[in-house]
Design a protein around this ligand. Sequence first.
Ligand code: ADP
Length: 635
Amino acid sequence: MAKKQFKTESKKLLDMMINSIYTHKEIFLRELISNASDAIDKLYFRSLTDGSVSLNRGDYEIRLVPDKAARTLIVRDNGCGMTKEELESNLGTIAKSGSFDFKKEGAVGGEEVDIIGQFGVGFYSAFMVSEKITVISRAYGAEEAWKWESSGVDGYTIEPAGENELEHNGTLVKLALRPDTDDEKYSEFLEEYRLRALVSKYSDYVRYPIRMMVKKSRRREDSPEDKPEYEDYLEDETLNRMTPIWKKPRTEVKDEEYAAFYEEQFRDFEAPLKVIRQKTEGVSDYTALLFIPASAPYNYYSRDYEKGLRLYSSGVLIMDKCAELLPDYFSFVRGLVDSADLSLNISREMLQHDRQLKHIAKALETKIGDELKAMLENERDKYKTFYKAFGTQLKYGLYADYGMHKAALQDLVMFESSASDEPTTLGEYVSRMKEGQKKIFYAAGESREQASLLPRVEAVVGKGFEVLYLLEDVDEFALMMLHEYGGHEFSNVMTDELDLDSDEEKESLKLENEKSKDLFDFMKEAIGGEVSAVRFTNTLSGHPVCISSEGAVSTNMEKTLGRMPGAENGIKAEKILEINRDHPIAGRLKTLFIEDKEKLKDYSRILCASARLISGLSIENPSEVADLITGLMLN
Ligand code: ADP
């Protein structure tokens, strides 16, 4: 029969599996069992909504059949099965392409471990222990079963299966184990004790029974009591406990058990940062077991990421990702809810309007918020790890829905600040405010360093005030929505009147600006439309110039908005060129206004360009600016 070729990506992965030096090859069993369990889930879900699929829950099983003589291990399920086309597309191409794309060329050494450990690699992991794999599958309702077979990279075959090879719907995966070597005893995977141990380690909570015929021993009935003789017999045994871990009292489950459950069920390679268990009786009766992951999944900040909790009705899974149970800003939470009040065959549409569900969602939201707050107060380092992974999402939450979630989130967000290298909460900032300080100061920048060196920031910090550094695009938008914290408005030190001066000082600056009106008009004209005004200021520490802005859009927001798709003709900040009144350049400009207007034009444009650079804005015509500067040098 003609061999078919694997798709290129699959080939790479396959090759990696076959030559794997991965030390936990045993995980292949977890992967196959998990596929079997998924396949039963699929059929089971179908039976909830499709009247033509009628199966009894009790009929489902996953079966292991080790055969020492043949040196094969079978993993069999009676789930949805696969058609010929599905066999081809599911096993001929790598399904988890997302995971592979992510680590494209990582087929060696440490990276390999990364892929296997981090994503699991599904079906192909079986090639780590097998020299040949045969898959026989019959889709539910189909007449015929199909046989897929492969010994690795040189391709696979598909043909109709023999009549007795699989009599029911579902899938049978037969592994022909590799010969033992000095380092690897593959034959161990045929030993009962080993299979038991693996199931209990990785698959104990699988919702369907994982069964195997096991050898038992009993006294032969016809043997005398005082001289017993024993005989072996086979008994069908369920290897996994199936008791949902969330049904057990909190005190009876060790942290490691929760972690193992989480890693296995939610396919993470790290223990969760926090386990949250909530059990209520009364108005609504449910148990929730939630996990806060230690790092963001690779697709977390993308459209691919799907939020949601598993939803069970009295221990029976009814939905894999119930999005209604989590607000977007807590979308990183994984876990499950088991409620006795929900009907088994509730549809997705009905769920959206279910009052019970809304009630649970609300309670979970509060609980998650409280747990995070407690972590922030009592386990700061842990919170920092959490915040590194998901802080951005919380800030999006502040901004979303017109700031509706202020109460839930304002005490959970943190920002960099001039006070120390540690990020600070808004509450902590307020507690450190100077006497008489009314506003919370902030400045946006690309990095801590850049923000701290902004002339106005230096000036404000120099006067003893703390300035928050907003380093992420979303930060400024979030604060804008928040509007105030604890009665203190936010003030962008780059935009706003800082009001740090005495009345006298203000008056003198105002006078000076009025006196120089003609100079400023001339400069503005020379710069040509880029700034809406030029003026003197006393807020720049020792620096000569800076760009500030007026109105609702700051220069930093202009940058952010400009990066968004469809922002070509972008929203612009109304920019002001500020000149340090106390810097020698101020006097020089005044002199030039009287003595050499041509030169003043050049100066104006160079100053404006420098100020733009300081603010992190680009210059539209850099070569022209360079010409101007060299022109000055040669003068
Ligand atoms: P994943 O399980 O992550 O999708 P796999 O490589 O393990 O990746 O499996 C690829 C696909 O093959 C699965 O998505 C599923 O559609 C199908 N599949 C694997 N095992 C079974 C099975 N026992 N029954 C039905 N379909 C299966």
